[in-house]
Design a protein around this ligand. Structure first.
Ligand code: KIV
Length: 279
Protein backbone atom coordinates (compact mmCIF):
# COMPACT_ATOMS: atom_id res chain seq x y z
CA UNK A 1 0.00 0.00 0.00
CA UNK A 2 1.32 3.45 -0.96
CA UNK A 3 2.23 5.63 2.02
CA UNK A 4 0.73 9.12 1.83
CA UNK A 5 0.36 12.25 3.97
CA UNK A 6 -2.85 10.68 5.29
CA UNK A 7 -1.33 7.32 6.27
CA UNK A 8 1.55 9.12 8.04
CA UNK A 9 -0.93 11.24 10.01
CA UNK A 10 -2.91 8.10 10.89
CA UNK A 11 0.30 6.49 12.14
CA UNK A 12 0.85 9.39 14.54
CA UNK A 13 -2.74 9.19 15.73
CA UNK A 14 -2.49 5.39 16.26
CA UNK A 15 0.93 5.51 17.90
CA UNK A 16 2.35 3.42 15.03
CA UNK A 17 5.95 4.64 14.63
CA UNK A 18 6.91 6.00 11.21
CA UNK A 19 10.08 4.61 9.60
CA UNK A 20 12.15 6.71 7.22
CA UNK A 21 15.54 5.99 5.62
CA UNK A 22 17.54 7.93 3.09
CA UNK A 23 18.20 6.61 -0.43
CA UNK A 24 19.84 8.24 -3.41
CA UNK A 25 19.65 5.62 -6.17
CA UNK A 26 17.19 3.22 -7.74
CA UNK A 27 18.68 -0.07 -6.47
CA UNK A 28 18.92 0.97 -2.83
CA UNK A 29 15.47 2.56 -2.96
CA UNK A 30 13.99 -0.71 -4.27
CA UNK A 31 15.58 -2.72 -1.40
CA UNK A 32 14.40 -0.23 1.23
CA UNK A 33 10.94 -0.13 -0.32
CA UNK A 34 10.71 -3.95 -0.37
CA UNK A 35 11.38 -3.92 3.40
CA UNK A 36 8.25 -1.80 3.89
CA UNK A 37 9.89 1.40 5.16
CA UNK A 38 7.18 4.11 5.22
CA UNK A 39 9.20 7.01 3.80
CA UNK A 40 12.33 7.41 1.73
CA UNK A 41 14.19 10.69 2.11
CA UNK A 42 16.33 11.75 -0.81
CA UNK A 43 18.42 13.83 1.54
CA UNK A 44 20.87 16.52 0.55
CA UNK A 45 23.17 14.39 2.74
CA UNK A 46 23.89 12.86 -0.68
CA UNK A 47 26.44 15.67 -1.00
CA UNK A 48 28.43 14.04 1.78
CA UNK A 49 27.71 10.30 1.49
CA UNK A 50 27.50 10.04 -2.32
CA UNK A 51 29.50 12.98 -3.68
CA UNK A 52 32.20 13.30 -1.01
CA UNK A 53 31.66 16.95 -0.02
CA UNK A 54 32.46 18.11 3.54
CA UNK A 55 28.89 19.32 4.10
CA UNK A 56 25.58 19.66 2.24
CA UNK A 57 26.07 23.23 1.02
CA UNK A 58 27.42 22.49 -2.52
CA UNK A 59 24.43 20.27 -3.47
CA UNK A 60 22.51 21.63 -6.47
CA UNK A 61 18.96 21.35 -7.76
CA UNK A 62 20.30 19.24 -10.63
CA UNK A 63 21.82 16.78 -8.12
CA UNK A 64 18.53 16.55 -6.23
CA UNK A 65 16.34 16.16 -9.32
CA UNK A 66 18.56 13.40 -10.77
CA UNK A 67 18.79 11.39 -7.53
CA UNK A 68 15.11 11.88 -6.66
CA UNK A 69 14.10 10.59 -10.10
CA UNK A 70 16.34 7.52 -9.62
CA UNK A 71 14.77 6.79 -6.22
CA UNK A 72 11.25 7.27 -7.63
CA UNK A 73 11.98 4.65 -10.30
CA UNK A 74 13.01 2.16 -7.60
CA UNK A 75 10.39 2.69 -4.88
CA UNK A 76 6.72 1.69 -5.21
CA UNK A 77 5.12 2.20 -1.81
CA UNK A 78 7.32 4.51 0.22
CA UNK A 79 6.36 8.18 0.55
CA UNK A 80 9.22 9.94 -1.23
CA UNK A 81 10.51 13.15 0.31
CA UNK A 82 13.12 15.19 -1.59
CA UNK A 83 15.35 17.73 0.12
CA UNK A 84 15.44 21.26 -1.23
CA UNK A 85 19.16 22.09 -1.42
CA UNK A 86 20.86 25.13 0.09
CA UNK A 87 19.84 28.37 -1.70
CA UNK A 88 17.03 26.73 -3.67
CA UNK A 89 14.34 28.24 -1.38
CA UNK A 90 15.95 31.02 0.67
CA UNK A 91 16.20 33.69 -2.06
CA UNK A 92 12.50 34.15 -2.82
CA UNK A 93 9.15 32.49 -2.34
CA UNK A 94 8.69 32.27 -6.13
CA UNK A 95 11.99 30.45 -6.55
CA UNK A 96 11.08 28.10 -3.69
CA UNK A 97 7.78 27.14 -5.34
CA UNK A 98 9.44 26.71 -8.74
CA UNK A 99 12.18 24.45 -7.35
CA UNK A 100 9.74 22.43 -5.23
CA UNK A 101 7.72 21.92 -8.41
CA UNK A 102 10.77 20.54 -10.23
CA UNK A 103 11.34 17.93 -7.51
CA UNK A 104 7.75 16.75 -7.97
CA UNK A 105 7.43 17.05 -11.77
CA UNK A 106 10.92 15.89 -12.81
CA UNK A 107 11.91 13.91 -9.71
CA UNK A 108 8.61 12.23 -8.87
CA UNK A 109 8.78 13.27 -5.19
CA UNK A 110 5.63 13.08 -3.05
CA UNK A 111 6.83 15.91 -0.80
CA UNK A 112 9.74 18.29 -0.39
CA UNK A 113 11.72 19.03 2.77
CA UNK A 114 13.28 22.35 3.70
CA UNK A 115 15.19 23.53 6.74
CA UNK A 116 14.18 26.30 9.13
CA UNK A 117 11.29 27.71 11.17
CA UNK A 118 9.77 31.21 11.19
CA UNK A 119 12.15 32.43 8.48
CA UNK A 120 10.79 29.93 5.91
CA UNK A 121 7.13 29.85 7.00
CA UNK A 122 6.22 31.94 3.93
CA UNK A 123 7.92 29.46 1.61
CA UNK A 124 6.17 26.51 3.30
CA UNK A 125 2.76 28.19 2.93
CA UNK A 126 3.35 29.02 -0.74
CA UNK A 127 4.62 25.52 -1.64
CA UNK A 128 1.66 23.89 0.15
CA UNK A 129 -0.65 26.30 -1.70
CA UNK A 130 0.86 24.93 -4.92
CA UNK A 131 -0.39 21.47 -3.78
CA UNK A 132 3.02 20.16 -2.77
CA UNK A 133 3.30 18.63 0.72
CA UNK A 134 6.16 20.06 2.78
CA UNK A 135 8.18 18.33 5.49
CA UNK A 136 9.90 20.89 7.73
CA UNK A 137 13.28 20.35 9.43
CA UNK A 138 14.23 21.92 12.78
CA UNK A 139 17.08 21.70 15.27
CA UNK A 140 20.52 20.79 13.94
CA UNK A 141 19.74 21.85 10.39
CA UNK A 142 22.91 20.95 8.44
CA UNK A 143 22.55 23.80 5.91
CA UNK A 144 23.18 26.19 8.86
CA UNK A 145 26.48 24.54 9.78
CA UNK A 146 28.37 27.82 9.37
CA UNK A 147 25.95 29.68 11.65
CA UNK A 148 26.12 26.95 14.31
CA UNK A 149 29.93 26.74 14.10
CA UNK A 150 29.80 22.99 13.41
CA UNK A 151 27.35 20.08 13.66
CA UNK A 152 26.28 20.79 17.26
CA UNK A 153 23.25 19.70 19.29
CA UNK A 154 20.63 22.50 19.33
CA UNK A 155 17.95 23.63 21.81
CA UNK A 156 19.90 23.14 25.02
CA UNK A 157 19.34 26.65 26.46
CA UNK A 158 15.89 27.89 27.52
CA UNK A 159 15.96 30.61 24.85
CA UNK A 160 16.80 28.14 22.06
CA UNK A 161 14.28 25.58 23.33
CA UNK A 162 11.50 28.22 23.38
CA UNK A 163 12.38 29.26 19.80
CA UNK A 164 12.27 25.62 18.64
CA UNK A 165 8.80 25.05 20.16
CA UNK A 166 7.55 28.32 18.58
CA UNK A 167 9.06 27.37 15.21
CA UNK A 168 7.45 23.93 15.34
CA UNK A 169 4.01 25.48 15.94
CA UNK A 170 4.64 28.04 13.19
CA UNK A 171 5.62 25.54 10.51
CA UNK A 172 2.58 23.42 11.40
CA UNK A 173 0.38 26.49 11.09
CA UNK A 174 2.03 27.25 7.72
CA UNK A 175 0.87 23.84 6.46
CA UNK A 176 3.81 21.43 6.90
CA UNK A 177 2.66 17.79 6.86
CA UNK A 178 5.50 16.56 9.13
CA UNK A 179 8.70 17.81 10.70
CA UNK A 180 12.14 16.27 11.04
CA UNK A 181 13.69 17.06 14.45
CA UNK A 182 17.45 16.66 14.27
CA UNK A 183 20.08 16.82 17.02
CA UNK A 184 17.99 18.10 19.93
CA UNK A 185 17.51 16.80 23.50
CA UNK A 186 15.01 13.94 23.80
CA UNK A 187 12.79 15.78 26.34
CA UNK A 188 12.47 18.78 24.02
CA UNK A 189 11.55 16.52 21.09
CA UNK A 190 8.96 14.82 23.31
CA UNK A 191 7.37 18.17 24.24
CA UNK A 192 7.26 19.26 20.58
CA UNK A 193 5.78 15.89 19.56
CA UNK A 194 3.01 16.27 22.16
CA UNK A 195 2.22 19.85 21.10
CA UNK A 196 1.98 19.10 17.36
CA UNK A 197 -0.82 17.35 15.50
CA UNK A 198 1.55 16.59 12.57
CA UNK A 199 4.10 13.74 12.88
CA UNK A 200 7.61 14.41 14.17
CA UNK A 201 10.42 12.31 12.73
CA UNK A 202 13.55 12.26 14.84
CA UNK A 203 17.23 11.84 14.11
CA UNK A 204 19.30 12.24 17.25
CA UNK A 205 16.13 13.43 19.02
CA UNK A 206 15.23 10.47 21.26
CA UNK A 207 12.50 7.87 21.00
CA UNK A 208 9.42 9.95 21.81
CA UNK A 209 9.17 11.24 18.23
CA UNK A 210 6.43 9.81 16.01
CA UNK A 211 9.07 8.25 13.77
CA UNK A 212 12.78 7.92 13.13
CA UNK A 213 15.07 8.61 10.18
CA UNK A 214 18.65 7.53 9.56
CA UNK A 215 21.11 7.85 6.70
CA UNK A 216 21.32 4.33 5.27
CA UNK A 217 25.11 4.31 4.87
CA UNK A 218 25.40 5.07 8.60
CA UNK A 219 22.98 2.40 9.85
CA UNK A 220 24.29 -0.31 7.50
CA UNK A 221 27.96 0.22 8.35
CA UNK A 222 29.00 1.67 4.98
CA UNK A 223 30.18 5.01 6.37
CA UNK A 224 33.96 5.20 6.82
CA UNK A 225 35.23 6.95 9.95
CA UNK A 226 33.28 8.12 12.97
CA UNK A 227 29.49 8.45 13.02
CA UNK A 228 27.43 10.63 15.42
CA UNK A 229 26.31 9.26 18.83
CA UNK A 230 22.73 8.74 17.60
CA UNK A 231 23.70 6.30 14.82
CA UNK A 232 23.05 2.63 15.55
CA UNK A 233 24.80 0.28 13.10
CA UNK A 234 22.36 -2.51 12.19
CA UNK A 235 24.73 -4.26 9.79
CA UNK A 236 28.35 -4.16 8.63
CA UNK A 237 27.84 -4.01 4.88
CA UNK A 238 31.14 -2.19 4.37
CA UNK A 239 33.02 -5.15 5.85
CA UNK A 240 30.93 -7.62 3.81
CA UNK A 241 31.80 -5.63 0.65
CA UNK A 242 35.51 -5.68 1.50
CA UNK A 243 35.42 -9.44 2.03
CA UNK A 244 33.73 -10.03 -1.33
CA UNK A 245 36.06 -7.64 -3.18
CA UNK A 246 39.17 -9.21 -1.64
CA UNK A 247 38.02 -12.69 -2.67
CA UNK A 248 37.35 -11.41 -6.22
CA UNK A 249 40.86 -9.94 -6.40
CA UNK A 250 42.58 -13.14 -5.27
CA UNK A 251 40.42 -15.44 -7.47
CA UNK A 252 41.01 -13.22 -10.51
CA UNK A 253 44.76 -13.17 -9.93
CA UNK A 254 44.90 -16.96 -9.46
CA UNK A 255 42.69 -17.61 -12.51
CA UNK A 256 40.06 -19.40 -10.41
CA UNK A 257 37.56 -16.81 -11.64
CA UNK A 258 35.86 -17.08 -14.09
CA UNK A 259 35.40 -20.86 -13.87
CA UNK A 260 33.30 -22.88 -16.39
CA UNK A 261 30.13 -21.93 -14.52
CA UNK A 262 30.61 -18.27 -15.47
CA UNK A 263 31.80 -18.85 -19.06
CA UNK A 264 29.95 -18.96 -22.43
CA UNK A 265 30.63 -21.89 -24.81
CA UNK A 266 30.53 -22.33 -28.59
CA UNK A 267 30.29 -25.42 -30.80
CA UNK A 268 33.83 -26.82 -31.45
CA UNK A 269 33.00 -27.13 -35.17
CA UNK A 270 32.59 -23.35 -35.37
CA UNK A 271 36.02 -22.90 -33.84
CA UNK A 272 37.59 -25.47 -36.24
CA UNK A 273 36.10 -23.73 -39.24
CA UNK A 274 37.07 -20.33 -37.92
CA UNK A 275 40.67 -21.46 -37.47
CA UNK A 276 40.62 -23.18 -40.88
CA UNK A 277 39.39 -19.98 -42.51
CA UNK A 278 42.04 -17.97 -40.81
CA UNK A 279 44.81 -20.44 -41.79
O1 KIV B 1 19.82 15.12 4.25
C1 KIV B 1 19.46 14.26 5.06
O2 KIV B 1 19.76 13.07 4.95
C2 KIV B 1 18.62 14.70 6.17
C3 KIV B 1 18.44 13.75 7.31
C4 KIV B 1 19.69 13.65 8.08
C5 KIV B 1 17.27 14.09 8.13
O3 KIV B 1 18.14 15.79 6.16
Amino acid sequence: MKNTVLTLLQQKQNGDKITMLTAYDCTTAAIIDECGVNCILVGDSLGMVMLGYENTLPVTMEDMVRHTAAVSRGAKNAFIVADMPFMSYQVSIEQAVENAGRLVKEGGANAVKLEGGAEVAGQIRAIVNASIPVVAHLGLTPQSVNVFGGFKVQGKSLEKAVKLVKDALLIQEAGACAVVLEGIPARLAEIITEKLTIPTIGIGAGNACDGQVLVYQDMLGLTRGATPKFVKRYAEIGEAMKQGINTYISETKSGEFPSQEYTYTVDEQVIKELLGEEG
